[in-house]
Design a binder for this molecule. Structure first.
Ligand code: GLN
Length: 196
């Protein structure tokens, strides 16, 4: 069967693993490059992208991750994970690097201190009629969507908070903590399609 990895260097990887298991997926936590080679897709969780970047480089995972993304591995990033997947980071820590893959520019901590965390409902036609209840926690915003990427969801003011590009998927918010399974389901379909 297919195996979905969750990058477990830092952040809310347990919540992702729980959602994926609830959907019946075979889940493996990924901390080493050998483990990366054994999965058919990968979730990069929320957390702190600058720390995740440092740990990925320290543990020799950054280059293997880039190679896997280039090779077409399905990858879904939430919040810090979306930042990791962005080709361009705006407002990154000194020397912060992303893995890249998504043709987007993402601004870290894009919402001011008062609204650093908020919740809202989003219409996402690709996921069906029922709106997605989205929780934003010191969230990034997708400031530029390049021509290779597609916006999946926008806030009422038009700013983009979810994107898709081939086998890559990214959201500014955290479906893994609200009982919202449709993004993970949508992602698992990419694994099935990629494995064919
Ligand atoms: N602010 C965090 C960062 O820049 C992301 C927050 C999150 O993942 N909830 O990495």
């Amino acid at each position: 069967g297919l195996r979905v990895g969750v990058l477990a260097l830092q952040g809310d990887f347990r919540e992702h693993a729980q959602v994926l298991r609830a959907l019946g997926a075979n889940v493996a936590l990924v901390r080493r490059s050998e483990e990366l080679l054994q999965v058919d897709g990968l979730v990069i969780p929320g957390g702190e992208s600058s720390v995740m970047d440092k740990l990925a480089r320290t543990f020799g995972l950054a280059e293997p991750l880039r190679a896997a993304i280039r090779g077409g591995l399905p990858v879904y990033g939430t919040c810090a994970g979306l930042i990791m997947l962005a080709d361009t980071i705006l407002g990154g820590m000194n020397g912060q690097q992303s893995l890249g893959g998504l043709d987007i520019a993402v601004r870290r901590n894009a919402f001011g201190s008062q609204t650093a965390s908020f919740e809202t409902d989003l219409d996402i036609p690709a996921l069906g009629e029922k709106p997605v209840h989205a929780v934003f926690i010191r969230a990034p915003i997708v400031e530029t969507v390049g021509h290779r990427a597609t916006a999946l969801a926008t806030l009422a003011d038009g700013r983009c908070v979810a994107v898709e590009q081939g086998n890559l998927l990214g959201t500014s918010f955290h479906p893994e903590i609200t009982g919202e399974y449709r993004f993970h389901q949508y992602f698992l379909q990419k694994l099935v399609a990629a494995a064919r």
